[in-house]
Design a protein around this ligand. Sequence first.
Ligand code: AP5
Length: 220
Amino acid sequence: MTDAREQLRLVLLGPPGAGKGTQAKMLVEQQGLLHISTGDMLREQVQAGSDLGVQAKQFMDGGKLVPDELIIAMVELRLGRPDVARGWILDGFPRTLPQAEALDQTLARLGAGLSHVAFFGVPQENLVARLTGRRTCGGCGAIWHLTFKPTRTEGVCDTCGGELKQRADDRREAVEKRQEVYTAQTAPLLDYYQGHGILAEIDADQPPQGVFTALVAALK
Ligand code: AP5
């Protein structure tokens, strides 16, 4: 059995559009980690029409956070599954102080605390174009961009041939709300994790491969 201290248990922090999902997918490909994205989990629930999905949709479409108690319960359940033993990347959680404290308590119970928190810094003025141009494959979940990462054929995923979609919360009004919410509720987590001594700041205002190189170096 691998020693729990050697495993990567990484939180990705950063504003909407900073590239958390893009980098998580690159790390998964290279290191075979588990990618736990609360945004993806919620979108699956919305698509399935579950009670959680119906409750979450009204918050998500308006660019607001889903209430802490719903998210914390969903993540606790996920971290209780056996496949987490190989190490994981948490993308999109925590996003508030109560979520960060709940995560610490859950991990203390499991006897496997966070190994790293990586913060992706990108100037706010560059994020709107990233989000409004993002397209996501409905088949395999690959993340594309109309300008920064275009597919060979517009609207069709290069990886699986699936249809590309625009997320409901990538409309400009929702993007602006998400940025406001990030500044008010999520940015304070930088101080929280700085205090824990596990925060690595990554320059994410460069092409994805450069961000990935900086991220991998920070995780060593
Ligand atoms: P979520 O899905 O987590 O959205 P987010 O945090 O706003 O992050 P994004 O997925 O928008 O951006 P990203 O940083 O992953 O960027 P990406 O790699 O895609 O959450 C959605 C909603 O769910 C929330 O608003 C909330 O309602 C709810 N929710 C989720 N978690 C919650 C929680 N914990 N508590 C409460 N509510 C919660 O990249 C963006 C685009 O840029 C792509 O097109 C990509 O190709 C391009 N790109 C990526 N990197 C680069 C680069 N280096 N250079 C140029 N372009 C790039």
